[in-house]
Design a protein around this ligand. Structure first.
Ligand code: IPD
Ligand code: CA
Length: 266
């Protein structure tokens, strides 16, 4: 587990440096996926290639799942779940909140997770059972703890929106039921960063319909190791249907606020 974490840390670091140093001044959209606003840049593709090649050089038999299509079967029981840039729209526009997310799964369980936020010089890490940490560029480290027992009306809640117009219309309806009941809403633009913000107590909770496995694999472990919870509605695991995350106490309150709003519809 420690070797996997070390490899994830060094690889996320190298990819983050590459994404900052090699970002073309005239960065353009290479192609779109689910809708015209669901963009991929040449840098998403280059970063995923770098990450997979670097991990494969040390661990040739492992499996991969990458957002930009880098899927490969393996023979070791280890699978790497990779989002080379989570928050691609922020990266495209030059906004700071985008991340490199790398998780290592062993026999179906995530055991190590790293979310690097290069523009902020921050690297969030967790190994299962060993806590979550924020490593700063200056070499300092802090252990992460979610905020506990936050009442709903004082909770700062992060969320995100999908790429299809129809889904966004439903998400706006759900937000009508949430916004009057909480302190405020934040839409930072990266699900991985949102989960790390829950872990660091920079927001109190997060929910979103739509995040994929690569968006939440590393951040989900980081939140849990910071004392928080992550899941779906009615005891289901976190998934693209619904992902909810918060510290103890608030998690249940946020779930119970969302459930009657039927947030899994499109
Ligand atoms: C997106 C970001 C965004 C979230 C979307 C994700 P991408 O990932 O995490 O915050 O709202 O659901 O798809 O497309 O930038 O990798
Ligand atoms: Ca993503």
């Amino acid at each position: 587990m420690h070797d996997l974490l070390e490899l994830a840390i060094s690889t996320a670091d190298v990819a983050g440096v590459m994404l900052i140093e090699k970002r073309p001044a005239d960065l353009r959209v290479a192609h779109t996926k689910s809708s015209p606003t669901d963009v991929v840049t040449e840098m998403d593709q280059a970063a995923e290639k770098l990450i997979i090649e670097r991990i494969r050089a040390s661990r040739p038999g492992d499996a991969f799942l990458g957002e930009e299509g880098g899927a490969a079967a393996g023979a070791t029981g280890v699978r790497w779940i990779i989002d080379p840039i989570d928050g691609t729209v922020n990266y495209l526009y030059g906004l700071p909140d985008w991340a490199v997310s790398i998780a290592a799964e062993v026999d179906g369980e995530i055991v190590a997770g790293v979310v690097a936020v290069p523009t902020r010089g921050e690297l969030y890490t967790a190994a299962r059972g060993e806590g979550a940490y924020l490593l700063h560029r200056d070499g300092s480290t802090e252990q992460l703890r979610c905020n506990a027992d936050v009442p709903l009306e004082r909770a700062l809640i992060a969320t995100g929106f999908g790429y299809s117009a129809q889904r966004r219309a439903r998400q706006a309806e759900v937000l009508l039921g949430v916004l009057p009941r909480v302190r405020d809403i934040r839409r930072a633009g990266s699900a991985a960063v949102d989960l790390c913000s829950v872990a660091a107590g920079r927001v109190d909770g997060y929910f979103e319909r739509g995040p994929q496995e690569w968006d939440i694999a590393a951040g989900g472990l980081i939140v849990q190791e910071a004392g928080g919870a992550i899941g779906g509605l009615h005891g289901k695991p976190a998934s693209a249907e619904m992902t909810i995350s918060a510290g103890p106490g608030l998690y249940e309150r946020l779930h119970d606020l969302l459930a009657p709003l039927n947030p899994e519809r499109d």
